[in-house]
Design a protein around this ligand. Structure first.
Ligand code: HGY
Ligand code: MN
Ligand code: MN
Length: 409
């Protein structure tokens, strides 16, 4: 029977609130990568890592590590990301880093150094909220899944990823040195970002697989014109066409089990009230648990967009990203079941509809994702919240799993 010391969820929550103050916006939370605000969070975490007994270091792309234990054997890695979406909550990403830190601090204090190297990691640009063509940048670099053209992708101000790295003090030519080939496994704790655990009254989610994600960019060009003198039946209003496509998304997604399709990013040009919109550009985020469904849904969305050409619009589409669905390690899933039982916590197996850094590790090493409930399942919004007792349970579950992986012979 594992003995895991109590872990203070209130202290974790206080630190989450401290980190949430570092934002590029005055009254809302947005922490994109390669910004002074993110550098400040890395600095703050470095100090906390050192206090927790974890030797801090930053890799060539800006991932922050905290190391414990010796060398020579493969490393058990635990962590999550520290960047956020626009108008974010305080828990997505950082909760996984801080629960991991609390778990390792408790184990080091109770059992001394681990038998094999253990590292905590705080990764960057998981959300792609600054560089939408380079989401999961930190975990992609670490697992060698970047592509050269990602470095030239640009943010809304036209700054390339390469330039943003340089301005933050990182050398784009060195990203290959961030590659890790010495990992034994990867663990991540994350808020569920959905309502199932809270709705079922279950304390923990053991994730069996993570959804696949596609991004389809659609540009529809009509004819800008005067809003007052152009009769309604003589227009090519790009926004009307774009709205028609967006209204089809629910019906197209319903074709596949657990699939989603969301036009969360939508630009209208020229954007004046008295001008008939000449062009709209949207990013459609679509997801499915199975690869064949993801491919088929992408095709349906592409076809629906091009059908607008029959009404006289010019339509261009481009698949900007395809992230494969990722089955997670059944062995680690069983280990998490045993740890939950030992700790007296209720747990259920589930699928993740959100993407996670974990799905890039899962292609190379045994990986596990543990969910804690979040209030009303809300996430990617300021209402995002996880209770201190859930943070504590999550940290103790990580501690129990890490103990079995890195302390027990
Ligand atoms: O979009 C996602 O699913 C993740 O939060 N990046
Ligand atoms: Mn997120
Ligand atoms: Mn996340």
């Amino acid at each position: 029977m594992i003995s895991i010391p109590p872990i203070d969820g209130q202290a974790i929550q206080r630190r989450l609130m401290e980190l949430s103050r570092h934002s590029v916006l005055k009254d809302r939370l947005w922490r994109p990568s390669y910004t002074p605000q993110e550098a400040e969070v890395r600095r703050q975490l470095s100090g906390w890592f050192a206090q927790a007994g974890l030797q801090p270091r930053t890799d060539a792309v800006g991932n922050l590590y905290g190391h414990a234990g010796g060398a020579g054997a493969k490393t058990v890695l635990v962590g999550s990301h520290i960047d956020t979406v626009k108008d974010a909550g305080a828990y997505d990403g950082c909760a996984g880093v801080l629960c991991g830190m609390a778990a390792l601090q408790a184990l080091l204090a109770q059992y001394g150094p681990p038998r094999v190297p253990v590292e905590l990691i705080a990764m960057l640009e998981e959300e792609g909220s600054r560089f939408s063509d380079a989401s999961f940048w930190g975990s992609r670099a670490l697992t060698g899944q970047t592509s050269r053209d990602m470095l030239s992708c640009r943010d809304e101000d036209g700054i390339s990823l390469a330039r943003a790295m340089e301005e933050a003090g990182f050398d784009p030519a060195k990203i290959d040195t961030a590659r890790r080939e010495d990992l034994a496994c990867y663990l991540e704790l994350h808020i569920e970002q959905g309502p199932i655990l809270e709705h079922r009254g279950v304390q923990l989610g053991i994730v069996d697989s993570i959804t696949g994600i596609g991004i389809l960019r659609v540009e529809i060009t009509g004819r800008a014109n005067h809003a007052g003198t152009t009769p309604m039946d003589l227009r090519l209003d790009a926004l009307q066409a774009g709205a028609k496509l967006v209204l089809q998304l629910p019906e197209l997604a319903r074709v596949f089990p657990n699939a989603t399709a969301t036009a969360g990013s939508f630009q209208v040009l020229p954007g004046s009230a008295n001008v008939v919109p000449g062009q709209v550009t949207m990013l459609i985020d679509f997801r499915a648990a199975r690869q064949e469904d993801l491919d088929a849904l992408g095709l349906l969305l592409d076809q629906a967009a091009h059908e607008l050409e029959g009404e006289g619009f010019a339509v261009s589409t481009h698949f900007r990203d395809f992230i494969l669905p990722a089955p997670l390690d059944p062995g680690l899933g069983r280990l998490q079941e045993e740890c939950a039982r030992d700790l007296g916590y209720s747990a259920m197996h589930m699928i993740s509809g959100a993407g996670h850094d974990c799905q890039f590790f899962a292609r190379q090493v045994p990986s596990a994702l543990l969910f804690i409930p979040c209030q009303e399942g809300r996430s990617h919004c300021p209402q995002e919240y996880a209770a201190p007792e859930d943070l504590s349970r999550g940290a103790r579950m990580l501690a129990a799993t890490l103990y079995r992986l890195a302390w027990v012979d």
